[in-house]
Write a protein that binds this ligand. Structure first.
Ligand SMILES: Cc1cc2nc3c(=O)[nH]c(=O)nc-3n(C[C@H](O)[C@H](O)[C@H](O)COP(=O)(O)OP(=O)(O)OC[C@H]3O[C@@H](n4cnc5c(N)ncnc54)[C@H](O)[C@@H]3O)c2cc1C
Length: 253
């Protein structure tokens, strides 16, 4: 239940509000998830006056303001097409115009295709008030800690990294039951992440060489059971999608 609404004009004021202990105070991006947060009394800090809605290419880096909408990012001309597909899988057209990049990363559960793709791409987040950079993987591992009193301001990805995704879903419009994303750096570094299950996207592999990728994917989802699919099914599909992702990267499709 939202009991207070603030729309500060500066980052300093936003951070000051977010560091209050009482009432619990949270950043408000598009509000599409926050508006559904239970009965706990919450104060919200609307981020829309902070000028964090730009998306800029700087050389090979893409700098994404945290309040850019998913649709804005999806339409950015230099965006890897597989990342655009992941955004399309994440949310409907109307929701994409409201949901922000920062809010979507902050709240992504394991079923979030966008979260999985950004984890594979090793997205880097800038957090206030320290203005420190943390990888999205580290952020997910300590999400509650990072979100208490903190704000994501910018997100950065490397545009030289190739990305391929594969998914299985009940229908094309459903969130996938298994979503796989494989990223390859010019140095040969490979990073593979899985989604479709769990509290957060799952990082499966980060290293050189694709040997063992399929096995690692199967093993990562060996206990991935919920009301949507059994663990045996997910594990097998994860292995198949991992193999397909690698074949597509290797053959340049
Ligand atoms: C019907 C429906 C179904 C959905 N299903 C799924 C699903 O299955 N899986 C999934 O992952 N998502 C799901 N979503 C969530 C959807 O992806 C989110 O609604 C959206 O991406 C969140 O973005 P937002 O900007 O609206 O965030 P908000 O609702 O504004 O905020 C979400 C959370 O992120 C925090 N936050 C927002 N901005 C920042 C910031 N800059 N820095 C730090 N913290 C911030 C907020 O405090 C809040 O805790 C669903 C949403 C809807 C409406």
């Amino acid at each position: 239940m939202i009991i207070e609404y603030h729309r500060p004009p500066t980052l300093a004021e936003a951070v000051q509000l977010l560091q209050r202990k009482h009432p619990p105070t949270r950043p408000l991006g598009g509000g599409t998830a926050l508006n559904f947060k239970g009965e706990e009394p919450l104060a919200v800090v609307d981020l829309q006056a902070l000028g964090l809605d730009a998306i800029e290419r700087q050389g090979n880096r893409l700098q994404i303001g945290a309040t850019s909408t998913l649709q804005q990012l999806m339409e950015f001309p230099d965006l890897p097409s597989a990342l655009g597909d992941a955004i399309r899988r994440q949310a409907t057209y109307n929701l994409r115009h409201q949901a922000t990049v920062g809010g979507s990363l902050a709240s992504a559960d394991g079923r979030s295709p966008f979260g999985v793709a950004m984890l594979a791409l090793d997205a880097q987040l800038t957090l206030m008030p320290e203005q420190r950079t943390v990888s999205y993987g580290d952020f997910l591992a300590l999400r509650e800690e990072f979100l208490t009193g903190h704000l994501i301001t910018w997100i950065e990805i490397n545009l030289q990294v190739e990305l391929v995704t594969e998914s299985v879903a009940r229908t094309p419009a459903d969130l996938p039951i298994v979503f796989a994303a494989l990223a390859r750096w010019p140095s040969g570094r490979l990073r593979f992440a899985l989604g479709g299950w769990g509290k957060t996207p799952t990082l499966v592999l980060d290293g050189q060489g694709h040997e063992g990728l399929r096995l690692a994917a199967e093993s990562a989802f060996s206990a991935a059971a919920d009301e949507w699919a059994s663990a045996a099914y997910r594990s097998q599909v994860a292995g198949v999608l991992a193999k397909r992702c690698w074949q597509r990267l290797a053959s340049g499709i």
